[in-house]
Structures are given as structure tokens and as C-alpha cells.
Ligand binder design. Structure first.
Ligand code: NAP
Length: 455
């Protein structure tokens, strides 16, 4: 029990684990609370910003501008950044308990949901997560190889991640070369033989999870035409009702754009983006590597807004050797923090992690992988409000000292990256990018990043 946490003499000490949008919005909320707060943010990789740096597609630079807001937070008094520090390895959750009154987990959803079907592990079958991390230069994914010698690619799922993957496969080098895409990925994509990109949804054209600007972009690409079969756009009565509901305005807009694609187009461009509905992959087939995918045709059953895909007996086979599953992300556990395995999140009530007083969650590890970057602002503020309301009940940590945390890391030989250090990495990346007409040329290994700081 404490009544002076947050005072001049005893600032409230909060560790934030993860430096993506939700972590920065939580930090900002704490620093604006009017209390004396010390926020220490821990990030596994040297650079901050999580999914903005390693998830947002390189050809969507406007979305990345949001980091300017986080940069301001990073320079505020009371905020300290510990990059290149892996919680669970370099520091344990128990270590944090010793030095912080509260812990906010902002570690996102770092892996992908599974698609448990025969053949899923055949060479040629990949997750969207790894492809996205690869083209964005994530140090843990730079060695991945994708068989871009294939002409036919499948992407399963119809969310915005699936759209990002499809667009990167569909764009020409000219459309990508002035982005911050990893250079090795640009070179590999330049040699890509992919000509047909099949985007496959288990439900119908009224249940798409992508947003209208994303599907609209496919009508504007230099070398790829969108193709939609009119018979795939036939709606059942329930779907028609859904599209009339103002709640589903975006899905209606998606439907209209898809309808436009089904009606026109000369389809002369060398690449095709084919959108399919009512199909689920049930088996990946191949001798030593993927050769074809067997799909089951589905029908929809259920109430408006809750229709589910139901398998029929009808099967369709399509030949092709490149397969990406993009069916959502899920969180990964950290030792010492409760984890809900089925949901892939830290179980919580309004951000308070269940069974762990003083532990909080924000962002995707709190609510699952949904919403756009801006969604995290209100979400993080709500958790911070809860934390501040809990203040009288928080048990003050026994060793309220950031110097002691730095000492542990020093003893373990961890090269901590500060926010000022990040400034140097950032400047060097921007300078390197300028030489080749890119907004930045990312360093793709931790070693290279640390070398910049040592200079
Ligand atoms: P998502 O929006 O949840 O989409 C997942 C897709 O996978 C849905 O089409 C879903 O279909 C399908 N799916 C799930 N399980 C399946 C299964 N077993 N078989 C076949 N299909 C299956 O997830 P996401 O694309 O990973 O995106 C995550 C979040 O990031 C979203 O909120 C997204 O909007 C956001 N994001 C935004 C941007 C942007 O703003 N540009 C870019 C990337 C990501 P059902 O609908 O049938 O479940």
C-alpha cells in the first residue's frame, strides 16, 4: 500500500516492455498524468517503434510518419529507452519487479496464427509474418528465403496484412525502389517470376477484412491487373442485409470496388491479382515441395454479422508453388507473465493482467491483433487510467533505482541502446538512404547498428 507513489520524493516507476505504438502511447499517457513518473521502456531490438518499422509496408510511408509523435515522447524528461534489451533473457520479470512499481506489456503479437492442414510445412509454404519481417529488414528474418521462382502465388486470408503481401509481390521494382524496403528484398523481388497472385478468402465479398484504400490500390498498379469473377460476387440474403447496415460501410465500399473490377478491365498487364471467395485450403500437395493446393468450396451460415464459412463437398485444385498464410497474428508468452494460449494474449480485464497485480497490457497483447495504429492510442490511455486508479493499491518496488537496472545489464555485457543512440542510427540510415533515393536504408543487423553508435 502506498500513498506517495507519483510524488516528488517517490516518483512512480513504470517499466514498459515493447516500443511500438501502444508502448509509446502508454508512455505519453503516464508522462502527461501530472504525477512524477519515471518511465523506462525496454525493447528487444536496438531501434524503437516495433510494428511501424517492421510491420507497416515500405510503400506506405505516410503511415510511418506517426513516429514523429513518438520521437517527441522519447525526448521527454522522465523517459528512458533501453534498446537491445530482451525481457525474459537479459532481464527477468522478477528483476523488473524489484525496480518498478508497475509493468506495462506492449509486446504485440509477434507470431502468426496457425493453419493446421496437411502439407502446410512443405517448402514453398510460408507465413505472412516472416515475409513482412523479411522485406522490412527485421534482423531476425534477413536470412529467410522465399521461392520467388514460382509463377503462381496464393495468399490465404483477406486482411490488410494479406493485401500488403500481395502488393509487394505485385509491384514493379520502380514502384518499390524509392521506399525503405530492405535492399536484399528489393533485389530478390526484382528477379521474381510471380505472375499470378491469388488472394483467397474463406467467406464472401461482403466479409472482407481489408479496408477500401487497400483494395483500391490494386486498380492503380503499373504492371498488375485485379481480376474478380462476377459469379464470386453473388450474395446470399444475409450478406445483402449486412451490406445495408451502416456498421459495415467499409465492407460495402470494398464490395463496390470489387464489383468494378469484375466488370471491366482489359487485363493486359503482365501480372494478375485474382481475388477468390468461399474457399478454404484443405491440403497442400507436392513431392518435396509445394506443387498444388486443394481448396474446399464453402457456403455461409449464420446470423447477419456473424456468418461463418461451412465446408461443402466440392473441391477445387489449383497448381502453384508459393503459398502465404495470412490469417492473423498471435502473441508469444514471456516467462513470469500469465498467458492465454488459445487467444494468444496476456489475459486481462481492461488492461489489468489477471492474477498479476501491478502488471498491465496494452495494444495487441491486450486485445488481440486488431485495429489500425491509431486504435492503440485510446486503448493505451484506458490502461494507463486503470493503472493510475490502482495507485493506492500498488506495492512499491523494493529497489526504486534505474541505475541498478543499468548495472545488471552492464554486468551481463548487454550493449544498451539509448534514445540518443537511436538518433545516431536514425541519422545514419537516412543519410545512407539519401545516396540511393530512399527515405532510409535500414541497417539489417544488430552488429551494424551497434557499430554506428560506437563511432
Ligand atoms: P485480420 O484483419 O484479422 O484478417 C485476417 C484474415 O484471415 C481474415 O480475412 C480472416 O477471415 C482470415 N482467416 C482467419 N482464420 C482463417 C482460416 N482458418 N482460414 C482462412 N482464413 C482465415 O488480420 P491481419 O490482416 O493480420 O491484420 C491485423 C490488423 O492489422 C488488422 O486490424 C489490420 O487492419 C491491421 N493492418 C492495417 C494495415 C493498414 O492500415 N494499412 C496494414 C496491415 C495490417 P474471417 O474474416 O473469415 O475470419
Amino acid at each position: 500500500m502506498s500513498d506517495n507513489l507519483g510524488s516528488e520524493t517517490r516518483p512512480l516507476r513504470v517499466a514498459i516492455i515493447g516500443s511500438g505504438p501502444s508502448g509509446f502511447y502508454a508512455a505519453e499517457g503516464l508522462l502527461r498524468s501530472g504525477l512524477r513518473v519515471k518511465v523506462d521502456m525496454f525493447e528487444k531490438l536496438p531501434p524503437p517503434f516495433g510494428l511501424v518499422r517492421y510491420g507497416v509496408a515500405p510503400d506506405h510511408p505516410k503511415i510511418k510518419k506517426v513516429t514523429r509523435v513518438y520521437e517527441k515522447t522519447g525526448k521527454k524528461e522522465g523517459f528512458e529507452y533501453f534498446g537491445n534489451v530482451n525481457i525474459g533473457e537479459d532481464l527477468s520479470v522478477e528483476d523488473l519487479k524489484q525496480h518498478y512499481d508497475a509493468q506495462i506489456y506492449a509486446c504485440g503479437a509477434q507470431t502468426d496464427r496457425q493453419l493446421n492442414i496437411p502439407g502446410i510445412d512443405l517448402p514453398g509454404s510460408y507465413t505472412a509474418t516472416e515475409f513482412v519481417a523479411w522485406y522490412n529488414g527485421h534482423p531476425e528474418y534477413i536470412d529467410r528465403e522465399f521461392d520467388l521462382n514460382q509463377e503462381i502465388a496464393f495468399i490465404i486470408g483477406q486482411g490488410n496484412v494479406a493485401m500488403d503481401v500481395a502488393r509487394i509481390l505485385a509491384k514493379t521494382v520502380d514502384e518499390l525502389k524509392n521506399t525503405d524496403i530492405a535492399q536484399y528484398a528489393l533485389e530478390a523481388l526484382a528477379k521474381s517470376k510471380v505472375r499470378e497472385i491469388h488472394l483467397v478468402g474463406r467467406r464472401g465479398p461482403a466479409q472482407t477484412a481489408f479496408t477500401p484504400p487497400e483494395i483500391k490500390e490494386f486498380g492503380e498498379l503499373a504492371a498488375c491487373d485485379p481480376v474478380v469473377k462476377p459469379e464470386d460476387l453473388v450474395l446470399n440474403e444475409t450478406s445483402r442485409q449486412e451490406l445495408e447496415d451502416p456498421k459495415f460501410r467499409e465492407k460495402k465500399r470494398n464490395y463496390e470496388i470489387l464489383k468494378g473490377y469484375s466488370e471491366g478491365g482489359t487485363h493486359e498487364k503482365p501480372k494478375k491479382f485474382l481475388v477468390h471467395f468461399f474457399r478454404s485450403p484443405i491440403e497442400l500437395v507436392g513431392d518435396g515441395k509445394l506443387e498444388k493446393v486443394i481448396f474446399c468450396k464453402n457456403v455461409l451460415v449464420g446470423e447477419p454479422g456473424r456468418q461463418k464459412a461451412k465446408f461443402t463437398d466440392e473441391r477445387v485444385e489449383i497448381k502453384g508453388g508459393l503459398f502465404f498464410r495470412s490469417v492473423g497474428y498471435r502473441g508469444v508468452p514471456i516467462e513470469g507473465v500469465p498467458f492465454h494460449d488459445a487467444w494468444g494474449i496476456f489475459p486481462n480485464t481492461d488492461g489489468r493482467i489477471e492474477g498479476a497485480p501491478g502488471f498491465y497490457a496494452v495494444g495487441w497483447i491486450k486485445r488481440g491483433p486488431s485495429g489500425v495504429i491509431g486504435t492503440n492510442k485510446a486503448d493505451s490511455i484506458a490502461t494507463v487510467k486503470g493503472l493510475l486508479a490502482d495507485l493506492p493499491d500498488l506495492i512499491p518496488c523494493p529497489k526504486p533505482d534505474t541505475g541498478a537496472v543499468s548495472e545488471i545489464l552492464k554486468t551481463k555485457g548487454v550493449a544498451v541502446v539509448t534514445f540518443a543512440d537511436w538518433g545516431k542510427i536514425d541519422a545514419a540510415e537516412i543519410a545512407n538512404g539519401k545516396k540511393v533515393g530512399k527515405p532510409r536504408e535500414k541497417f539489417v543487423t544488430v552488429k551494424e547498428m551497434l557499430r554506428v553508435i560506437e563511432k
